[in-house]
Design a protein around this ligand. Structure first.
Ligand SMILES: NC(=O)c1ccc[n+]([C@@H]2O[C@H](COP(=O)([O-])OP(=O)(O)OC[C@H]3O[C@@H](n4cnc5c(N)ncnc54)[C@H](O)[C@@H]3O)[C@@H](O)[C@H]2O)c1
Ligand SMILES: [Zn+2]
Ligand SMILES: [Zn+2]
Length: 367
């Protein structure tokens, strides 16, 4: 079928609207008419890393929409269902069978290679191959092909534009708190970077009863958003102030039990490690810098743990419904973090995301 997709044609290039030919769904695929797609920082980072031979590509991995066609082998999804599209996993390998779908042995192939697992591609512009299948969706488009393993069917009464970030950014931040850290109410969390991922972590931590949450971000509006959840917010650029890690240690009575980094800035990751108490845990979630420096003496002498996580150890088919239920119960209050843009304004959405003017841009198709 013919549809519209936003292509990236060169590494780090702009998103350009184009008419493309999308293949009919195969037996294991579903065709989704996209309603709204969130922009995640990863959509901006990955195209800068791709070689020219994997371009043009269509990214977008926080898609939502309405199912239009269902392949013969797909069960549990019907035409007309409303779905949130998250990341793919094979559901058969060792990590998948253990429930660790983020660490699926096929993850690279299924999410990042721009093609189906058998090497075929799904999209063309004229005669030119367009690399799709990003996270089993490439949802910066009017239509997407998705799979039973990454489609979460949701209630039709829910606003899909608000749910789009549950596919990645919100799931990652909240999943890190719920699945990785599982804090007790008396424990403390410091979050470096109060963007979409960081604020989702703060929202769910406060919503599930963690008393002491500290947020660190140089952008005033982001600190205010963190404070609205009852977090204490610090400006790392404040002139004349003590080092950030000292301020965090003071606010948390000797160091935070848990730290989450969403900045991917090496110096900030080091600050995050140093702001932990003995046996504290740092989860460095960012994608950006290829290497971090760890304070080896501090690590050795305190028994701290420094780790990362794919999508907050979530299985989207489990975690997204859990987060939707928490949202319904008023304990995961994230709707106001979303700013919607018509798809044609994608350049504004990117600019506002980069500048920090909005927390989570979500692109919406008009009728
Ligand atoms: N691990 C995963 O599975 C996963 C999933 C989604 C996103 N990510 C990554 O998580 C990161 C965060 O994504 P996002 O969408 O929230 O991005 P974002 O840009 O909205 O958030 C980053 C925040 O860091 C703040 N910041 C910048 N310098 C800082 C400093 N010195 N100290 C403290 N804060 C500082 C920025 O002001 C911004 O608010 C990205 O690197 C993204 O690629 C990882
Ligand atoms: Zn697998
Ligand atoms: Zn993402």
């Amino acid at each position: 079928m013919k549809t519209t997709a936003y292509l990236v044609e060169e590494p780090g290039g702009d998103f350009v609207a184009a008419e493309v030919e999308l293949e009919e769904p195969r037996d294991d695929e579903v065709l989704v008419r996209i309603v709204a797609t969130g922009l995640c920082h990863t959509d901006l980072t990955v195209p800068t890393m791709l070689p020219q031979e994997m371009l043009p590509t269509v990214v977008g991995h926080e898609g939502t929409g309405v199912v239009e066609k269902v392949g013969a082998a797909v069960t549990g999804i019907e035409v007309g269902d409303h779905v949130v599209l998250s990341f793919r996993s094979c559901r058969e390998c060792g990590p998948c069978r253990a429930g660790d779908v983020g660490y699926c042995e096929q993850s690279l192939l299924l999410n990042y290679m721009g093609m189906r697992a058998d090497g075929s591609t799904t999209m063309k512009r004229g005669d030119q191959t367009v690399f799709g299948n990003f996270f089993g969706q490439s949802s910066l488009a009017r239509h997407a092909l998705a799979y039973a393993d990454n489609c979460v069917v949701v209630d039709k009464s829910l606003d899909l534009a608000r749910l789009a970030p549950f596919a990645c950014g919100f799931q990652t931040g909240a999943g890190t708190v719920l699945n990785v850290l599982d804090p007790a109410p008396g424990e403390s969390i410091v979050v470096y970077g109060a963007g979409a991922v960081g604020l989702a972590a703060i929202a769910v931590a406060r919503g599930t009863g963690v008393e002491t949450v500290v947020a660190v971000d140089p952008v005033g509006a982001r600190r205010e958003a963190a404070e609205a959840y009852g977090a204490t917010a610090l400006d790392p650029t404040e002139e004349g102030a003590a080092p950030v890690e000292d301020r965090v240690r003071e606010l948390t009575g000797g160091g935070a039990t848990y730290a989450i980094d969403t900045t991917a800035i090496p110096d900030v990751v080091l600050q995050a490690q140093r702001s932990l108490r003995t046996r504290g845990v740092l989860v460095a979630l960012g994608l950006g810098a290829p290497e971090y420096t760890i304070d080896a003496i501090d690590l050795l002498s305190t028994g701290k743990i420094v780790r990362s996580s794919i999508e907050g150890e979530s299985d989207p088919l489990v975690t997204i419904p859990e987060l939707i239920a928490l949202r319904e119960a008023g304990r995961f209050d994230v709707d106001h973090l979303v700013t919607t843009y018509p798809f044609e304004k994608i350049a504004d959405a990117v600019a506002d995301s980069r500048s920090g003017a909005v927390v989570k841009p979500v692109l919406v198709w008009g009728e």
